[in-house]
Design a protein around this ligand. Structure first.
Ligand code: AMP
Length: 210
């Protein structure tokens, strides 16, 4: 199954993509993680992407399209993949359609006020991509999966989060319509108080997993 996870920043795309990756044995391909790794490694692409990411803006289409096109050639994508955070603009979606056949675009929907609370308490592992919320860490500062020190993403600061939501509404939300018209959109509405397990159960049901 070739999947796209759509939805605003902080809606749980990464968390659910990781759960699904473990369950189905297909890779989660997060353009945000790949760009952050490139930034950490100090590559030319990472350095070029840094100012966009830290301002909550989108990295230019041609950069991310190139990364995804290369990544989808890898052997581990043969039986399917989960695109997490790509496409984020209509031109990206149009480019993707030239080199990939997507089965389902899953839209994870969540209210803005929940997103802002979530992102301000988010801590991430830059090594393995795991994410946590401070409310569940009990003071722990390292990643339970790989031991790396957890950090707060610069773009999770309140001002940048607001800009990311504005950018999402202007540039990414039109993809909901785009995939609806293609007949492959499915939406999961996450209640503000729902747990990860409850939301993941909805994701599974929406994808028709037994
Ligand atoms: P994410 O981890 O998915 O929230 O992405 C973090 C940041 O990386 C975004 O705010 C953008 O600056 C950049 N980014 C990730 N994916 C894309 C994409 N598909 N198109 C453009 N920029 C992206």
């Amino acid at each position: 199954m070739n999947l796209i996870f759509l939805g605003p920043p902080g809606a749980g795309k990464g968390t659910h993509a990781q759960l699904l990756m473990n369950e189905l044995g297909i890779p989660q391909i997060s353009t945000g993680d790949m760009l952050r790794q490139a930034m950490k490694a100090g590559t030319e692409m990472g350095l070029a992407a840094k100012r966009y990411i830290e301002a909550g803006e989108l990295v230019p289409d041609e950069v991310v399209i190139g990364i995804v096109k290369d990544r989808l050639q890898a052997e581990d994508c043969k039986n399917g993949y989960i695109l997490d955070g790509f496409p984020r603009t209509v031109p990206q979606a149009e480019a993707l359609a030239q080199f990939a056949k997507i089965d389902v675009a899953l839209n994870i929907d969540l209210a803005d006020e929940v997103i802002i609370k979530r992102l301000s308490g988010r801590r991430v592992c830059l090594k393995c991509g795991a994410t946590y919320h401070i409310s569940t860490l009990n003071g722990r500062e390292d990643c339970a999966a790989c031991g790396e020190k957890l950090v707060q993403r610069k773009d999770d600061s309140p001002e940048t989060v607001q800009n990311r939501l504005t950018v999402y509404a202007a540039q990414t939300a039109p993809l909901i319509d785009y995939y609806e018209k293609k007949g492959i959109l499915r939406t999961v509405h996450c209640a503000p108080s729902a747990t990860v397990d409850e939301n993941y159960a909805q994701v599974r049901e929406t994808l028709g997993l037994k």
